[in-house]
Write a protein that binds this ligand. Structure first.
Ligand code: GLU
Length: 287
């Protein structure tokens, strides 16, 4: 999607596996405000690679809720589920550099042998299948064993050397600062699975580049994940945007809002008579 202007490009990239709540509203409104402050544009991307959890009715609801909030996007919505071939190509490039390896471990095997935890508290992959030789890999692949493909993160870091990226904050217009990325804390992440040639990390970097995103505004809960994105951008020869991590909207108990925890959706609030201005005020972006 080549674009002739060199304006800043931002994006909001929800996953359609539930209805939007105030946390999403904040992130979207923040992103559109930031685009305005930077003199740029904000685009919409639907992150629906999880075809089991993504539902068309949630995609429709996202579009409608964002429009209700008064937001619009100047380019077609990018749907990740239409782009699996591109993610497979990116995975193949990593494979050509010998940076992906097949892993046949089950969840319980990983939990039992975990080498600590990743920044989200999930068991860190102990590297068991990294030591399989080619013959063993081929035998298990031919046997049709369930397989995931993992990044050889240490090998990838060796290849690219020191990793830095630029962040701005507390305001999106603040002076840029350089930060070191530490993707090693994620271990050998899964980038592809049998039947799904991508993962969140892989498709997000492919698409930020495809949409020409110059500034990623995302919640602080995604700050650590950015380190993995910077590594993948370097490996794939993609540009690294400037990052800004915004606050999270918390519930009364101080927990991040989530559909799974019963957080009220924008639709619920709307049904109770809330206006878009009420939403802006509730998240601290009111006029
Ligand atoms: N799709 C992700 C989510 O809804 C956000 C994507 C991102 O900012 O990279 O949590």
């Amino acid at each position: 999607m080549p674009r002739s202007s060199s304006k800043p490009v931002l994006r909001f990239a929800p996953s359609p596996n539930g209805l939007l709540h105030l946390g999403h509203a904040y992130s979207a409104l923040y992103t559109w405000n930031a685009a305005r402050l930077l003199g740029g544009i904000a685009l919409l991307r639907i992150e629906d690679i999880d075809i089991e959890r993504s539902k068309p009715e949630f995609v429709d609801a996202i579009l409608e809720d964002l429009r209700w909030l008064g937001l619009d996007w100047p380019e077609p919505v990018l749907r990740q589920s239409h782009r699996f071939d591109l993610y497979a190509d990116a995975g193949n490039r990593l494979r050509q550099h010998d940076l992906l390896y097949p892993c046949f471990c089950s969840r319980s095997e990983i939990a039992a042998a975990a080498a600590g935890t990743d920044p989200e508290g999930a068991p860190l992959y102990p590297g068991t299948c990294k030591h399989l030789d080619r013959g063993q890999q081929i035998e298990r692949l031919e046997r049709g064993d369930p397989v995931q493909f993992r990044l050889d993160t240490a090998g990838a870091i060796d290849r690219v050397g020191m990793l830095t990226f630029t962040i701005v904050g507390p305001l999106v217009t603040d002076r840029p600062q350089i930060r070191h990325a530490h993707p090693e804390r994620w271990g050998d992440v899964v980038l592809q699975r049998k039947g799904t040639p991508t993962s969140y990390h892989l498709s997000v970097v492919v698409d930020d580049a495809a949409q020409g995103v110059t500034h990623v505004t995302r919640g602080r809960d995604m700050e650590a994940g950015t380190d993995m994105h910077v590594l993948l951008q370097m490996l794939l020869g993609l540009p690294t945007p400037i990052y800004h991590f915004h606050k999270l909207i918390l519930d009364d108990a101080g927990r991040k809002l989530a559909k799974s925890k019963g957080s009220e959706s924008l639709r619920d609030l709307r049904a109770k008579g809330w206006t878009p201005e009420d939403v802006r005020r509730a998240v601290g972006l009111g006029g």
